[in-house]
Design a protein around this ligand. Structure first.
Ligand code: HEM
Length: 483
């Protein structure tokens, strides 16, 4: 059941995520303008910004998905507000530690903190352990929350039912809603990532505190790091897809989506392939067995194809020649699916080994992941935020500035990622603070990218004002009296 305390904690999450998002997006715009030569930052400041930007973005959009499914899960099973608050408090503590390590301690090893970089201390010596502890704090909060949500699902659905296996046979008695299926698949994936992060941190701390008596295996650490980092942000997107399955038909005035055998099959396949796609980050590690590189290529194809195909199919069937009540919520979901598909297509191009020889570590990489994050996952969450804020405020009014906001979001968002794609196609490398004269094209594109991103953030600010206002309504005395 959705009670007032769940509404309140959800409101706090939404306001915090949106505010932190705008600040962190400004870090990104600052980086783009520095790459464009419009402003001048020291390399240390640039890479500190890049590290804080990367970890914070991945973190907030992972918890945004968890918070949204936690809220909607209350329609089917009991959820714990105490665990939700616990995860929120630990996320805030983790964020303060993270930003202290990057902005006070100048830790700047990138969001992947790829081994052995964290141990080549080019910053305050305390910043390395503080950064690693911040990841541990996030990990504790999110692991407890993920386990709590899964346990609630298993109180109502058996393991087989949570994966919708009964839908492969005829005459089943219990129907698994697509929302429960996709949430289970994604939460299990997230849990596996978080367990991997524990192993990774234990190994890194073991070396840090060993006084030189223990050294890690670089390839093992790279595998663990990418398994954790690459997979968690992918799973976060699927949590957004779960909210889409739950809300898109409802807000469009159409019947609910049903789990069919092919929906069940697609999401079961997604669980396996998302967990094995990360090998595409190791194509240039030639000591890695060739078989694993092939697993990386084919898992990358199959990780996105089944889930995207059934989602697009379901949405096309729902929208095609049917009367749809369009609102900001389903418009944002719809554009989000387009961003997901374009970004996924960009990822599949890069994950093809022969292409990766050309595109590896170019701006094509931030191009594809920013497309399915900034124009996919963020929009799925924004759709949920907008819907739930209207629920809190008890309004369904569509404000007049809708076209303006959507227009700015489309121009700003797709313009911003297009600059990355063009630069990637011209082999401009990623993670350069400033581009040398030989890469002057990168400079111009970065500057244009910064301006497009500014338009995108203006659109987000226009959403933020309205959403925050409506979210605050759950703290009014009238809400307490009604509860
Ligand atoms: C207006 C929005 C955003 C702007 C302007 C922006 C800008 C940037 C820039 C300039 C970089 C460095 C690219 C390079 O040269 O390699 C970057 C990296 C990154 N961004 Fe964003 N970004 C935005 C939104 C997002 C979102 C929504 C996510 C969500 C996950 C995200 C995640 C990342 C990650 C993980 C990195 C890699 C950091 C690293 O290499 O250590 N960004 N971003």
């Amino acid at each position: 059941m959705i009670n007032l305390s769940l509404k309140r904690v959800t409101s706090v999450w939404i306001i915090a995520i949106l505010v932190v998002f705008v600040i962190t997006a400004i870090f990104g715009i600052t980086m783009r303008f520095n790459q464009g030569g419009d402003i001048e930052l020291s390399p240390v400041t640039f890479f500190s910004l890049m590290t804080a930007h990367g970890v914070t973005m991945v973190g907030i959009w992972s918890v945004a998905g968890m918070m949204a499914v936690n809220y909607l899960m209350a329609r089917y099973v009991k959820v714990s507000t105490a665990v939700n608050v616990f995860a929120l408090v630990l996320t805030v503590i983790g964020l303060v530690m993270l930003w202290t390590s990057t902005f006070v301690g100048y830790f700047h090893a990138g969001w992947t903190f790829l081994y052995p970089l964290p141990f080549f201390v080019a910053w305050e010596s305390w910043a390395t352990p503080l950064f690693l502890y911040s990841i541990a704090i996030f990990g504790i909060g999110w692991t407890v929350w993920t386990v709590a949500m899964l346990m609630q699902i298993y109180k109502k659905y058996s393991l087989a039912q949570s994966f919708a296996w009964q839908h492969f046979k005829r005459g089943y008695l219990v129907e698994t809603p697509p929302f429960i299926l996709i949430t289970t698949v994604s939460l299990i994936g997230i849990l596996i990532c978080l367990i991997t992060a524990v192993i990774l941190l234990v190994l890194l701390f073991a070396e840090y505190y060993s006084n030189g008596t223990f050294t890690n295996d670089a390839l093992l650490i790279k595998n663990l790091t990418y398994f954790f980092g690459h997979t968690i942000i992918n799973e976060a997107l699927y949590l957004g897809v779960a909210t889409l399955y739950e809300l898109f038909p409802e807000v469009s005035g159409r019947p609910k989506f049903k789990t069919t055998w092919y929906v069940a099959l697609a999401w079961n396949c997604t669980l396996v392939f998302v967990l094995t796609a990360f090998f595409h980050h190791l194509y240039m590690d030639f000591v890695q067995p060739v078989g694993l590189q092939l697993v990386g290529q084919f898992a990358s194809y199959f990780a996105s194809l089944p889930s995207a195909a059934v989602t697009v199919f379901s949405i096309v069937i729902l929208v095609y020649k049917n009367p749809i009540k369009w609102s900001l919520t389903n418009t944002l979901f719809f554009i989000g699916v387009i961003g997901w598909i374009i970004g996924g297509f960009g990822a599949v191009i890069d994950a093809t080994i022969s292409n990766n020889f050309v595109l590896h570590n170019t701006l094509w990489v931030p191009a594809h992941f920013h497309t399915y994050n900034a124009m996919g996952n963020v929009l799925f969450s924004l759709a949920f935020f907008y819907w739930v804020a209207n629920e809190f405020a008890g309004t369904k009014v569509v404000p007049r500035s809708e076209k303006l906001r959507i227009g700015l979001l489309l121009i700003g968002g797709f313009g911003f990622v297009l600059m990355f794609y063009i630069a990637g196609a011209y082999s401009i490398p990623r993670r350069y603070s400033v581009y040398p004269d030989e890469l002057a094209l990168g400079r111009n594109l970065a500057s244009y990218g910064g301006w497009f991103a500014t338009i995108y953030v203006i659109a987000i600010l226009l959403f933020l004002g309205e959403i925050v206002n409506k979210c605050l309504k759950v703290f009014s005395p009238r809400s307490s009296a009604a509860a």
